[in-house]
Design a protein around this ligand. Sequence first.
Ligand SMILES: *Cc1c(COP(=O)(O)O)cnc(C)c1O
Length: 359
Amino acid sequence: MRPSPALQAISESAVQSHEADEKHGDAMNWDELEFGVIPTDYMYIMKCSNGDNFSQGHLAPYGKIELSPFSGILNYGQGVLEGLKAIRTKDGRVQLFRPQENALRMKMSAERLCMPSPSTHQFLDALKQTVLANKRWVPPEGKGALYIRPLLIGSGPVLGLGPAPEYTFLIFATPVGNYHKRGSTMNLYIENEVRRATPGGTGGVKSITNYSPVFEVVTKARAKGFTDVLFLDAATGKNIEEVSSCNIFFVKDNVILTPRTSGTVLPGVTRKSIIEIARDRNYMVEERDVPLEDVLAADEVFCTGTAVEVTAVASITHQDKRIEYRTGEETVFHKLRVVLKEIQTGVVEDKMGWTVLID
Ligand SMILES: *Cc1c(COP(=O)(O)O)cnc(C)c1O
């Protein structure tokens, strides 16, 4: 890979280690990619003081970052994240899917946690620079994607409870395989005790603090053979909200149903796109409370998210009752999944204006 002008400030040693991994990159077995951390070449960094706006960011060799032990992120969890993918098209180009949506969502999440955030323009520019600098890590068409993680943290030291004095915006990336290659259906377990989100809380934003509180129940469910946990609303315990990192949909008699996003459900970009594709194809889509009765009655269930894409739910277990659903190519969600995939991979013309080519 030839460094772009923006990369010319890279130190000699970084360039050498980059050449060393180039051999590794060439030896990469794209067929064995999973969802794990494979270090790539560069990351993007931009800092700003509290009360200021982000101004000048830059690429740096991918590596460790230094933080004060008193930093806001380490002590008070002041941090928000994003997740999106760069996908290689059939003709070998690289494109992003609706990255403006991630920029806007990060801004919304940051406001909730009292943090400054990069402008949409800064976010998109940083994203493009990071993907271009790591382009050799974007898997070949059909083999997966480059998963991109924008992260915004309170990096400055703070003791009294309150916002940190300094913020760091980072973007880093790692290649991941196709979710569908690995088994392709989910078996969910309805969690009765632990709640993911509460009214007035942070469930509707991508706050870092939302994730580790579900590790315990997800780990237990996995030990029993389930793929993931389905959470109920905290206020009544009667309605379905979402899975630990993806949204959920139900199909009954060709009507598509999904929990509304009014503070306790994360407004997923994949969720929004599936709703728009379904409505465009004249399906009726209802965004409302989804009580357990609708779970029992559904014909099909599927999950959506950047990581899981659109994945069939083969079963849901509630207490001792296991309900099974239709899967396979004759389903409603399969038709929607194909349309989404064709747009994301550039197989069909993107009439929605959702994709952003980066080279
Ligand atoms: C990120 C996330 C999703 C999916 O959002 P996408 O934008 O589709 O990737 C759903 N639920 C939770 C809790 C999430 O963190």
